[in-house]
Write a protein that binds this ligand. Structure first.
Ligand code: SF4
Length: 321
């Protein structure tokens, strides 16, 4: 069976408008040739610092931003250039959960109306009573009470609002949900509850998740495989356990070293990366990570390492790995 989602050499470049002198400064290469897949019922994590292109990639696979090049296949169908009308009929199968649930909920609608709107768009409720029952069940499935349907978003805490966002995404019974930093705006105490909820729902409903986060610890807990992104490219990809136990790419090693460890005897030392992520308008020559890499060699400045297979399902883009 082909993967549910296949992303093949995807590029998303945003052109920069011409300067007063008529020169075009080029384009922002937000996603620069990414190949990744998500199987039916599988959770795949996408990690990297902010500005690495992971949110743009998540939006591009749902066609919320238009790809510049490459291909996106969903359930075997090429949806890269599907016209908007045809895309609308497929949208039910892939949904998104956003970082800020408050901004994605209409403050003038009760949460029952917000969830019901998703049902109506896809003609999933035949009459008022079945619609009401369905909304109540959806709220209960995310740990909220059915009678909350009559309340407005401002009456809920951040964690509850994110639960509403999840209920709304689930309303249309999608096969894939792209979760864009869904817990990073929440209190630490609430984050674990929402992560556990997503994990339960994923397993119960055999949902495929593309889980975007800057937090490797969260992704390791939830996902079977992890892709690490840097400057619009995937630099390491592999089973979550292997990648976290034995990271091969220096960037993954640095990300992991920042994850707090519970074991007081652990000898893991923190790798501090110098500087910020370079501009995606003028990425560095050779390996894009070389200006920050603690083990860079001379050839790293001129030769870009390809993403190559190490073991089955494991890939890395580094000359030294
Ligand atoms: Fe570092 Fe060179 Fe590997 Fe890039 S190719 S990650 S600069 S060692």
């Amino acid at each position: 069976m082909p993967p549910l989602l296949e992303v093949d050499r995807l590029q998303v470049h945003f052109p920069i408008h011409q300067t007063a002198l008529g020169r075009s400064p080029g384009s922002v290469k937000a996603v620069d040739g990414v190949t990744v897949h998500v199987n039916e019922g599988e959770a795949v994590g996408l990690v990297g610092e902010s500005g690495c292109g992971k949110t743009t990639l998540g939006r591009a696979v749902l066609r919320l931003v238009e790809p510049t090049d490459g291909q996106i296949r969903f359930a075997g169908e090429d949806i890269t250039r599907l016209p908007p009308r045809e895309l609308r009929s497929r949208r039910r199968q892939f949904q998104m959960i956003f970082q800020d649930p408050f901004s994605s909920l209409n403050p003038r609608m009760t949460i029952g109306e917000s969830i019901g709107e998703a049902l109506d768009i896809h003609h999933l409720s035949s009459d008022r009573e079945s619609r009401r029952v369905r909304i109540g069940k959806l709220l209960e499935s995310v740990g909220l009470r059915a009678e909350y349907a009559d309340r407005f978003p401002h009456e809920f805490s951040g964690g509850q609002r994110q639960r509403v966002g999840i209920a709304r995404a689930l309303a249309v019974e999608p096969r894939l949900i792209v979760c864009d930093e869904p817990v990073s705006a929440l209190d630490v105490s609430v984050q674990a509850q929402v992560i556990n909820l997503l994990q339960d729902l994923q397993q119960q409903r055999q949902l495929a998740l593309l889980f975007i986060s800057h937090d490797l610890a969260v992704v390791e807990h939830l996902c079977a495989r992890i892709a690490v992104m840097y400057l619009g490219r995937i630099v390491e990809l592999g089973p979550a356990r292997d990648l976290c136990r034995r990271p091969r790419h220096p960037y993954t090693q640095a990300l992991l070293s920042a994850v707090p460890v519970v074991d007081p005897d652990s000898k893991r030392s923190r790798i501090i990366l110098g500087g910020d992520v370079p501009s995606p308008i003028h990425p560095p020559s050779g390996c894009p990570f070389h200006p920050r890499c603690p083990v860079a060699e001379a050839r790293c400045r001129t030769e870009a390492p390809p993403l190559r297979d190490l073991e089955p399902g494991q890939q890395v883009a580094c000359h030294l790995a």
